[in-house]
Design a protein around this ligand. Structure first.
Ligand SMILES: [Zn+2]
Length: 376
């Protein structure tokens, strides 16, 4: 294990290694970017490199410090352990008195939003004052190794009045401690906090990179890898939590809607199918539209004369080939235009089901539209 195992956002990795090499490490950093893009992973790797017993601007992954800090790679068992220690259904005083801290090495702590009652989540997980105060105290301890590092995940969930606790640490920075705040968007933090952090924004990865990470870190089969990478939107961490069965079903359902639209099987069927699809709570509506785009792109490829066809939905190849024989490029273009309109409207919060129905109905009447290429 080393920084070379981290794919994507090379710019950020280079900057972090430069700081470690020159021993000019800031007291506070803010990593921002979409969920699952790798912010926590890189922050953990930074903590390893800052304390590795063998290397200075990288980490070996094998020394005691590296191994202990490396346990933060999977936070789930640590969170469960922390919650179990606090007892079932603790009251709010206990939550503050026994703050949830993930500590696998004396110098490195991770704090994550406290789920409070994981079995009955009545409130969204937030960072609690007890957690922030614990960090405030510990930040001034002398490190046993080289540097104390605090990973503050979900920094956007801390109440703004409590954020002053951090402000105090940042105003009187401890000698050898670094706070790394993680949040999807820097503007979710108080400007006074933001301005005292060295900021790094993480950008989504390419699909090929996501696939590579998933191949190395999961046991997915090749066709599942493709599907997961396609859905991850550049965030490998998000792909790992995907329900691939649900996604495969979504693709089949979306294809069924297109098939019905082509075959004029009757509007009532269409309503049932579109309503069911729009009610999918698990998957964002924008992702449902992406499914239609990917199916239409495959149909366009199959309708074209090119010899090499690499489908985005190889699992549905036979169905797509059958369907492609019943439609023409004009029909596909009309469908794409319909979904483009719908996509623009979703940002204005139209009724999901109505919007999908309108597109599906318009497609039940094949018409010769103008030729226009699909830009997706
Ligand atoms: Zn090491």
């Amino acid at each position: 294990m080393s920084f070379s195992d981290f794919l994507g956002n090379a710019r950020v990795v280079t900057a972090l290694r430069g700081m470690l090499a020159s021993e000019r490490v800031p007291h506070a950093m803010l990593f921002s970017g979409p969920r699952g893009v790798g912010k926590f992973t890189l922050a953990r790797m930074f903590a390893q490199a800052a304390n590795c017993e063998r290397l200075r601007d990288d980490f070996c992954g094998e020394c005691e410090a590296c191994r202990k800090i490396g346990l933060l790679a999977d936070t789930r068992p640590l969170i469960e352990q922390g919650l179990a220690q606090r007892g079932d259904r603790p009251d709010s005083a206990t939550v503050e008195r026994v703050p949830l801290l993930l500590e696998t090495h004396p110098d490195v702590w991770a704090i994550v939003p406290d789920p409070v009652r994981p079995k009955y989540p009545v409130v969204r997980p937030v960072l609690h004052v007890g957690q922030l105060r614990a960090v405030q105290r510990a930040a001034y301890f002398k490190p046993q190794g080289r540097r104390r590092v605090f990973l503050i995940d979900g920094a956007e969930t801390m109440r703004w009045d409590l954020a002053n606790i951090f402000l105090k640490i940042l105003e009187e920075p401890p000698e050898s401690a670094t706070l790394i705040l993680l949040a999807p968007n820097p503007f979710q933090l108080l400007p006074t906090i933001r301005s005292r952090c060295l900021q790094f924004s993480f950008t989504p990865l390419g699909t090929a990179e996501v696939e590579e990470i998933l191949r190395a870190s999961t046991k997915l089969r090749p066709e599942e890898l493709k599907l997961a990478a396609q859905y991850a939107e550049g965030c490998p961490g998000a792909a790992m939590g995907l329900d691939l069965e649900a996604i495969a079903k979504l693709h089949r359902d979306a294809l069924a809607i297109l098939e019905r639209a082509v075959e004029l099987r009757g509007v009532s069927d269409l309503f049932a199918a579109t309503a069911a699809l729009a009610k999918s709570q698990e998957i964002a509506f924008e992702n449902i539209l992406e499914v239609f785009y990917s199916l239409l792109t495959d149909l366009l490829d199959l309708s074209s004369s090119s010899t090499k066809k690499v489908l985005r939905n190889p699992a549905l190849q036979r169905e797509l080939e059958t369907l492609s024989k019943k439609i023409d490029v004009a029909w596909i273009n009309k469908a794409v235009e319909g979904f483009d309109v719908l996509h623009a409207r979703t940002r204005r919060n139209i009724n999901r089901s109505l919007g999908l129905d309108a597109v599906a109905i318009s497609l039940t009447r094949p018409s010769m539209g103008t030729k226009k290429s699909i830009s997706r």
